[in-house]
Design a protein around this ligand. Structure first.
Ligand SMILES: CC(C)(COP(=O)(O)OP(=O)(O)OC[C@H]1O[C@@H](n2cnc3c(N)ncnc32)[C@H](O)[C@@H]1OP(=O)(O)O)[C@@H](O)C(=O)NCCC(=O)NCCS
Length: 415
């Protein structure tokens, strides 16, 4: 189908390395497109030679390209998965809906403001509808005006939640964790799955196939922290789904995103560049001071993504802090193998500031307002004469009108 002189078609995923292959052109487009319009920093993605790498771990995925005179000028990726639906209530068995995620939208700078971005999203929505998807979602930083204008004003998405993306550089010294007070243990996959299903399944957009995420080779494990005086009974008589409701605990899982794609800093404030360079020089001159150094973010780097973060009980924010430090120390030890230079965590914007304060991060690299947007595909389905069993618009209203719950589940496959 042709729009304004450009054609939208499926990405051709074959091994042709030629200069005009889809693969070569999409990789080149990614290199030229910064993410967002942030005044603080620009990040570029490096797909390690595989443009489709970010969505390959999703149950269903698709990539489309926009082509103008045989040149690839735009790209978009989408994935589909089943999620538990009822907001704020434990999900009755079987109440599951399909959600499509819009990811990796890029338009080459000379072709912007010509309708390419909007056409790519609309064609991806058609693919969602043909696969019986009920809702589609996207996320963008608050200051990415181009993207938010496109989705909210032009394509009628609704902002429904705000996340805070916290980024912590992997330093050259470990954090201290008070091991006399806090116990951290690695969980078996089945225990982690049972705990997530019991405590997080009523979280919005919680994936039905949580076990597949936990079992994925990119998932490095799940850890739980308790205060030593109390514990969460993993295998007590009340089974793994039981739990001492009085005790404080926290849980996180870790995903090795750097195995799939790398990031690179394109621009950083001058003061930051000077600060990091002077630290390096001082460390060379005065190694005895053991200065805390930050990695060189101008070279492509990998990162670990903390997902499934949940905490309950008094002072449990401190347990989250201990887990984040533990994960940092692990990344520091593995950084040679994984080129892991940062830990990324996303928490709900409605979590109180205590949690944010406990999670070590650098403000300059972090984004405190990541807008999550959603759209019902009901009208598109009806236009296509596909029957529709749910009252989606009511649910959208329920989602947007109810106060947001504290916890977000961020699926690492959509990062
Ligand atoms: C965001 C992006 C994909 C938009 O692509 P595009 O092809 O220029 O978008 P369109 O031409 O289809 O724009 C449709 C509408 O979106 C809005 N829009 C797009 N770019 C805008 C901008 N720079 N400022 C304000 N509004 C903008 C406008 O409402 C526009 O309609 P109009 O041109 O009639 O005013 C493109 O700017 C881009 O690749 N940015 C860098 C990567 C990125 O941030 N991707 C999004 C990740 S979530």
């Amino acid at each position: 189908m042709e729009f304004n002189g450009f054609v939208i078609r499926s990405y051709e995923d074959h091994n042709d390395e030629g200069q005009f292959s889809d693969k070569a052109q999409v990789l080149d487009l990614e290199r030229r497109c910064e993410i967002g319009q942030s005044k603080r920093v620009f990040l570029f993605t490096d797909n390690l030679g595989d443009p489709i790498c970010r969505i390959r771990n999703s149950p269903m995925y698709k990539m489309l390209v926009a082509e103008c005179d045989k040149e690839v000028v735009g790209v978009i990726q989408g994935s589909i998965k089943a999620v538990f639906f009822t907001p704020h209530k434990p999900p009755p068995p079987g109440l599951v809906v399909k959600v499509g995620y819009v990811l990796g939208l890029r338009v080459a700078p000379p072709y912007r403001r010509r309708g390419v971005g909007a056409a790519l999203v609309r064609r991806l929505e058609d693919w969602f509808v043909s696969n019986d998807v009920d809702y589609c979602c996207m996320a963008a930083e608050k200051d990415n005006h181009a993207s938010l204008n496109l989705f909210i004003n032009n394509l009628r998405y609704i902002k429904f939640r705000t996340g805070r993306i916290l980024v912590n550089p992997v330093r050259n010294h470990p954090y201290n964790i008070n091991s006399s007070e806090i116990k951290i243990q690695k969980l078996k996959i089945e225990d982690a799955e049972a705990i997530y299903k019991k405590h997080m399944a009523s979280t919005e957009l919680f994936p039905k196939d949580i076990k597949n995420i936990l079992k994925n080779k990119l998932s490095l494990g799940t850890w739980m922290a308790n205060f030593k005086q109390q514990h969460y009974p993993l295998r007590s008589s009340s089974s793994t789904t039981g739990g001492n409701e009085q005790s404080s605990w926290a849980i996180v899982s870790l995903w090795n995103s750097g195995e799939v794609f790398r990031l690179r800093l394109g621009k950083a404030p001058f003061a930051w560049v000077i600060y990091t360079k002077s630290l390096k020089i001082m460390d060379k001159i005065l190694p005895c001071f053991k200065l805390v150094l930050v990695p060189n973010f101008f070279k492509p780097f990998g990162f670990y993504f903390v997902y499934g973060l949940h905490h309950e009980g008094p002072f449990s924010e401190r347990l989250v802090g201990a887990l984040c430090k533990f994960v940092h120390n692990m990344a520091m030890n593995n950084s040679k193998d994984h080129n892991c230079k940062a830990i990324v965590t996303e928490i709900s914007g409605d979590e109180d500031d205590d949690l944010k304060m406990e999670i070590p991060h650098w403000k300059l690299l972090s984004c405190y307002e990541d807008f999550w947007c959603i759209k019902s595909l009901k009208s598109k389905k009806n236009n296509n004469n596909i029957s529709n069993d749910h009252d989606h618009d009511d649910h959208i209203l329920e989602w947007t009108n109810t106060p947001p719950i504290r916890t977000l589940f961020v699926d690492p496959r959509e990062v």
